[in-house]
Ligand binder design. Structure first.
Ligand SMILES: Nc1ncnc2c1ncn2[C@@H]1O[C@H](COP(=O)(O)OP(=O)(O)O)[C@@H](O)[C@H]1O
Ligand SMILES: [Mg+2]
Length: 258
């Protein structure tokens, strides 16, 4: 089992409405400093909303979110986000997309150079530094999205269905690459997905979000050893967990609680 470390992220009784539509009700969860927490839930249930609140992009209507004890009321520099549709600047080449955040923080040029090279190597995009997003496949654009987040050396990495716009084979490849990257530098991560398999594969715990308004319906501990490789998905414990989460989602039976 991976040691989750001290709580880096605390979400307490989070509540969000858009006008009359109440999206999140009383959502509470924690993420340890070296823990991956998967958030799984049906499309439209409020996963992106929750992630945006943690990222300081959407404000809560009730409750509180803290990162390392600091209340989140704006985007914090220690947090990076990877978006479903990559979110790259189309007019910047790959190098400049990845370097952008560091330039904004006025990091010295030599350090930018070093960190961008390192990030590009880490995500396997060496040779594509001068390419523009439209010249890259979806998988490569998301590698760039990941590099752009990792180059900031975040204490908390937020991933919003990062692989759902990518073809199935590439998605599988990227899942295992992300696991490998995480093993090389474990950090707190919130991994949002609507895919049960992916939630179990990536997470140390799976938080099942469901209902209207969405609340935490169940929390499942993922007792799968790390590092995880392709063999893990055919193991009995993986299959068992996947079934449990499926039941949490669709049979409305409770899990072990938050
Ligand atoms: N800015 C917004 N204004 C109004 N409604 C929104 C806004 N963003 C999301 N919603 C609605 O809130 C609900 C949850 O959306 P979202 O958080 O994107 O869900 P998910 O990421 O789980 O698919 C949906 O019904 C969606 O239509
Ligand atoms: Mg979403």
């Amino acid at each position: 089992m991976n040691d989750p470390g001290e709580a880096r992220l605390v979400v307490e009784n989070a509540e969000v409405h858009y006008g009359d539509l109440k999206v999140l009700a009383d959502v509470s969860l924690k993420v340890g400093s070296s823990e991956v927490v998967s958030i799984v839930g049906p499309s439209g249930c409020g996963k992106t909303t929750l992630l945006r609140c943690v990222g300081g992009l959407t404000l809560l209507d009730g409750g509180e979110i803290r990162i390392d004890g600091q209340v989140v009321d704006k985007p914090l520099p220690s947090v990076s986000m990877v978006f479903q549709h990559f979110g790259l600047f189309p007019w910047k080449n790959l190098w400049n997309n990845i370097a952008y955040g560091l330039k904004l923080r006025r990091v010295p040029g030599e350090e930018i150079e070093r960190r961008v090279v390192e990030a590009i190597v880490l995500v396997g995009l060496v040779g594509f530094e001068k390419s523009y997003p439209h010249q890259l496949s979806g998988g490569m654009q998301q590698r760039a999205g990941l590099a752009r987040a990792l180059v900031m050396e975040p204490k908390l990495l937020l991933m919003d269905e990062p692989f759902s716009a990518i073809d199935a084979q590439t998605r599988e490849q990227l899942q295992f690459e992300l696991l490998r990257i995480w093993d090389s530098r474990p950090t707190a991560m919130m991994f949002v997905t609507h895919a049960i398999d992916e939630a179990v594969l990536m997470g140390d715990r799976v938080v099942v979000l469901a209902g209207r308004p969405a609340h935490v319906r169940a929390v499942r501990k993922v007792d799968l050893p790390r590092p995880r490789d392709r063999k893990v998905v055919s193991s009995p414990s993986f299959i068992n967990l996947r079934d449990q989460v499926w039941h949490d989602l669709f049979n409305q039976q409770g899990g072990e609680g938050a």
